[in-house]
Design a protein. Sequence first.
Length: 333
Amino acid sequence: MWGLLTVLAASFAATYMMVPWLIPRLLKAGIKGRDMNKEGDVVVPEMGGFAIIGGFVVGVLLAIALTTFNLVDVGMDLSLVLASLSTILIMALIGVIDDLFLMTQKVKALLPVFAALPLVAVKAGVTSMEFPLVGVVDFGILYPLLLVPIAITGAANATNMLAGFNGLEAGLGAIMCLTVGSIGWYFGRVEAVVLSLAMLGALFAFLSYNWYPAKILIGDIGTLSIGAVVASSVIVGNLESVGIILMMPFFAELFLKARSGFQADSWCEVKDGKLFCEKKSERYGWGRLLMYYYGGASEVKIVFTILIVEILIALIAFSYIFLDLFGVRVLGM
């Protein structure tokens, strides 16, 4: 337990110290952009995900060192953790390329498949999954070759899609990592716990700079990395059903954005500190839908609403623990 908490603390400290060092350097390099949901020309540095991925790597490497040097018996499979780390770093690199060169939607949707290769190589996860009414289904070789790449690609693109508001991406990621880490700890899935806690610490630290009004924006390097961490954690921890539950708000975002042909942005008209989406025909995505529902809402109110929805979804996932405590067997556990 102490070893895992050390991982959390290390990733938090690394990211917290890295962000103020990173902000002036990003501005000097011209890696900045307008915060679109603010009145006036508010310019902030982008690609703050560098600090998140940096803190995450510090946390994971610390966990590996504690295990390798027998300082703390974390009890994890190093091959799974290293494969996951490789997948997440490849995804971060894809995010950097997208932030700098703006890849097309098709390329951005398909390129993450290659990030899954390290997990495919170590045959991460259990090939059999249990479904309601159907029972246990063994996917065999299709699990590592097909389902793992789909999971990595889908999760990364999903977390990149539900974005655009101060604190939203990091907040959603923190809720998902806390949920996966807690459930993984209860069921003894150490690899999932290490990955989740390392990202959780980094996201908590980043939120102190990214919450409204943001001093730095997360960038695709951050959003894609969050999705990769969540997907990798549920794969190596055999917690796929938990991951599917946590992704429900993102599935809803996918459905809403699909109605616009994935052309809709998260920002709209800003008046007196409130965001407005006055046309019913433009309600594409959670953000625009809430603007229309509230008749205009502050950015903080929109973010809080979405985070509360994700927390309620997370409570459904946490029911796995409560059911197990009462001796009720749950799917895939």
